[in-house]
Design a protein around this ligand. Structure first.
Ligand SMILES: [Cu+2]
Length: 115
């Protein structure tokens, strides 16, 4: 009855494949959606950005002048002065309208709308 042994060997193959399916997701929570605001020519662009709750917003200064991202009414943490190509990020966890400005040039104003 030699044919029985060859069939037994074939049934062992799927075990090797099953061992490779362990996932590598060690991070906790859902990944934040990221949005970009460019600071260019003394303007925040876009001037109004609408994002969902939980969004991460990153500002990047493309001007030669320093700028800040300063919340009107301290609704989120203010940035330090951003030099050329510096970035700053904030995560918005509650719905609302978040007005902000540049403390160096207070005429620079913009809004993040979180919904
Ligand atoms: Cu400025």
């Amino acid at each position: 009855m030699r044919w029985r042994s060859t069939i037994a060997a074939a049934t062992l193959l799927p075990l090797a494949i099953a061992a490779q399916t362990t996932a590598s997701s060690a991070t906790s929570g859902k990944p934040a959606m990221t949005y970009q605001v460019d600071i260019r020519q003394f303007h925040f662009r876009p001037a109004q950005l609408v994002v969902p709750v939980g969004a991460k917003v990153t500002w990047t200064n493309h001007d030669e002048e320093p700028h800040t991202v300063t919340s009107a009414g301290a609704q989120f943490k203010d940035s330090p002065a951003l030099d050329t190509d510096d970035s700053y990020s904030a995560v918005f966890t509650k719905p609302g309208t978040y007005a902000y400005f540049c403390s160096v040039h207070p005429f620079m104003t913009a809004t993040i709308v979180v919904h």
